[in-house]
Ligand binder design. Sequence first.
Ligand code: FAD
Length: 540
Amino acid sequence: MRRWNGWGDEKNEFLLKPEGLAFITQRIGAGNRLPDATLASVVAKVPPSRLPAHALIVTDAEDRVRHARGQSLPDWLAMRSGDFGVFPDGVAYPQDTQQVRQLLDFCLANDIEVLPYGGGTSVVGHITPVASSRPVLTLSLEKMNRLLALDKDSQLATFGAGTPGPSLEEQLAREGYTLGHFPQSFELSTVGGWVASRSSGQQSLRYGRIEQMFAGGIVETPRGTLEIPTFPASSAGPDVREIIMGSEGRMGVLTEVKVRVTPLPEVEKFYVGFLPDWASAVNCVRRLAQGKVQLSMLRLSNAVETETHLVLAGHPNLVGWLERYLRVRGIGAGKCMVTFGVTGSKAQCKAALAQANAVITAHGGVNAGTPLGRKWESTRFRSPYLRHGLWEHGVAVDTLETSADWKNVPALVQAIETSLRDAAATFGERIHVFTHLSHMYPQGSSIYTTYAFRCAASYGETRQRWAAMKKAASETIVKFRSTISHQHGVGRDHAPYLAAEKGPLGTSAIHTLIAHFDPKGIMAPGVLLPGSVRDEGASA
Ligand SMILES: Cc1cc2nc3c(=O)[nH]c(=O)nc-3n(C[C@H](O)[C@H](O)[C@H](O)COP(=O)(O)OP(=O)(O)OC[C@H]3O[C@@H](n4cnc5c(N)ncnc54)[C@H](O)[C@@H]3O)c2cc1C
């Protein structure tokens, strides 16, 4: 069963091994384990629902608890403390597009706010209800989870928008196809959520981001039904797909999603290499991206992330052997790990591997082969469980991300890490912070930073510390004129920073689009843009 107060299935865990714990403790000090609330105590706090009765809406308290929060650190603190604040007034589980339409009409008629809910894996406050004078309905797409059509000639698959990653890939694999979208949240996130939040998967180098995969579909908006036809390409004016991608539930509910799929590859292998230092490593991956070497994934860990991964891997003998070997090859302290994949026909993979090896060698690096790559592959969706392992020892962990042009990447990585460290120092704490680049483009790269810190004496103080660090890092990103998100989206947490990158005219254009599809402002108020269309009417 899915955990109500953390990540994933209750059966799965990822405990911290003693050497991992010692490593973290040495860097930030001994953690401070805060007490967990019980599900029963939280259920007891759920107020009566304000929703009028409807056959498709459940107002059971446990359903409302289980859909009240996503997976951001503030969500995690709310779930663990039991201090949820606001619960949705009910949860609906429609089975098809018609039922979504019925529900939207019901919400319009009764002035009810709607929060579309895919897999609930948002890390930026997308699906968290906030206090409102109107009742709030969470609209879960979980029952709309099937492959509805597959056009093999055009390689287009139509899915119910609530189809989660594993089920989507299983249904396609039976037909010999893959979508190739593998965000780290793959286990729980859904195809509708990917489109609505402009997601990026680990193998974006081969398959593209969701932008390249999303071909069209059906969106039920408060204003009516929007059908987006599929074209291989079109020059017929602005692209309506682009309006819906990243709309984060504010313009309507995606009910059917058409995606571009690919035949299952003949070969897929992952490798891990090492570069002597960060500067040569960044040049190496930039060269791989700009040289358009046909890799399917590419990830570069900075020195601290490399060291952390090797320690947490929990195989000290194997890692000791590897480090001795690397030292002989001139790669010691400060080394950076590069993980990459080749996917496709045997000939494509062979050529890509040879090119990648040549670039790595030219930058003073070594390809250590497939053993660590296989390890990465087998644990690629397991690392979110590590948050539990750390929490058990009183350590909170969060991640943040952006993207930047290559010329800004090194300085921005350093500035983000420094801003987090400096913010932590203001409350007398050290943090363990590290970064990787995991989606690379000829122009630049995503930047993904992880930071771990000790919980404070109370939940409230821990949250304040998180807010101070998050603010410092977000302001740094804005100062560099980088994007507030490369892949997690805007939600409520990033909404205050959106105007800085869109500008006044861009922001008001987004506002106008939202108001066009949702004139009464019932869809996810406060997500993407602060406030609801209703409140903002005068300022727009
Ligand atoms: C451990 C972890 C790892 C992650 N790794 C990645 C990663 O590698 N790459 C990445 O891109 N993201 C990642 N994320 C973030 C998150 O998984 C993505 O934002 C994902 O796309 C959300 O999908 P979901 O189905 O869970 O959507 P939800 O979290 O349920 O919703 C997200 C937003 O989309 C809207 N929405 C959802 N479904 C619909 C629909 N059918 N119609 C209209 N609106 C809808 C919601 O209203 C909300 O605004 C990660 C999150 C976690 C917790």
